[in-house]
Design a protein around this ligand. Structure first.
Ligand code: NDP
Length: 255
């Protein structure tokens, strides 16, 4: 059974590029009302315009840093104040670094930033969204990763952040029972800024900036962000527990 999404209200974190950007287009095509959030407001505004052109009746942009608990509270509040409800929360914002554990700054700031964004950002946002999602019998989408079962050197904390997300949301699914459905997504390599290390250039952290494509197995093609987004919206609207794909598993088998 696939939910009719027209008129529903969806929050997408990390909507300023990559998979999140294409989720905005995919939900927009289905007539969903959208709250798009990330730190780059100009990109969000451009993506909001395109989502409206594709069919979304109402799109708002909320500048927020998900590693900050107050921003997560505000993004949910502003969404519900504007639309009066919330139907899907898509926890998509994420960062990565390609850095050997021993080469990272010893204060662990680099690795803490990954956990703060990938894990805590999703947990904070979910905490504020759950009461509204219970009211609407809504859904949560979580961007975990094939990385959660990979042991590639140089992405240890990223891999751990994704494994933590899977464990947390698998448990929360049991706590919430049938009131809120949760879809955990585990993509392999998808073409986006994260696989090019671009976010590190934006943050000026050149010390560990690297193109992530050098860690890829050459025989595995990159998936497209648009194809990934389409699969996610289909899966969430059906209420699937997990979304994975054979090509995403191949990433680990061939490593
Ligand atoms: P992108 O780098 O293109 O997108 C990441 C998004 O997260 C951007 O919109 C960025 O926006 C946002 N973001 C980063 N930090 C923060 C923050 N502190 N607060 C708010 N937003 C933030 O990469 P992808 O589209 O590939 O990544 C999307 C998700 O998919 C991530 O969780 C990633 O781990 C996951 N994933 C990606 C895979 C891939 O191969 N590409 C594979 C498996 C999972 P801004 O900088 O404007 O804040």
């Amino acid at each position: 059974f696939s939910e009719n999404l027209a008129g529903k209200v969806v929050v997408i974190t990390g909507a300023s590029s990559g998979i999140g950007e294409h989720l905005a287009y995919e939900y927009g095509r289905r007539g969903v009302r959208l709250a798009l959030t990330a730190r780059r407001e100009k990109s969000l505004q451009e993506i909001a315009d395109r989502a409206r052109d594709l069919g979304s009746p109402d799109v708002i942009v909320i500048r927020a840093d998900v590693s900050k608990v107050d921003d997560c509270r505000r993004l949910v509040e502003e969404t519900v104040n504007h639309f009066g409800r919330l139907d899907h929360l898509v926890n998509n914002a994420g960062i990565n670094t390609v850095c050997m554990f021993e080469d990272a700054p010893p204060d662990m700031s680099l690795f803490k930033a990954i956990m703060d964004t990938n894990f805590w950002g999703s947990v904070y946002t979910t905490r504020f969204a759950v009461p509204h999602l219970k009211n609407s019998k809504g859904k949560i989408v979580v961007m975990s990763s094939a990385a959660s079962w990979m042991t590639d050197p140089r992405t240890s904390v990223y891999n751990a952040s994704k494994a933590a997300l899977t464990a947390f949301f698998d448990t929360l699914r049991i706590e919430l029972g049938s009131e809120v459905k949760i879809t955990i997504v585990t993509p392999g390599f998808i073409e986006s800024e994260i696989t090019q290390g671009k976010f590190l250039q934006r943050d000026g952290n050149m010390e560990v900036q690297q193109d992530m494509r050098d860690v890829q197995v050459s025989s595995i093609p990159l998936g497209s962000a648009s194809g990934c987004a389409q699969a996610i919206v289909n899966s969430a609207s059906k209420g699937d527990r997990y979304l994975t794909h054979p090509s995403w598993f191949r990433v680990t088998y061939l490593w």
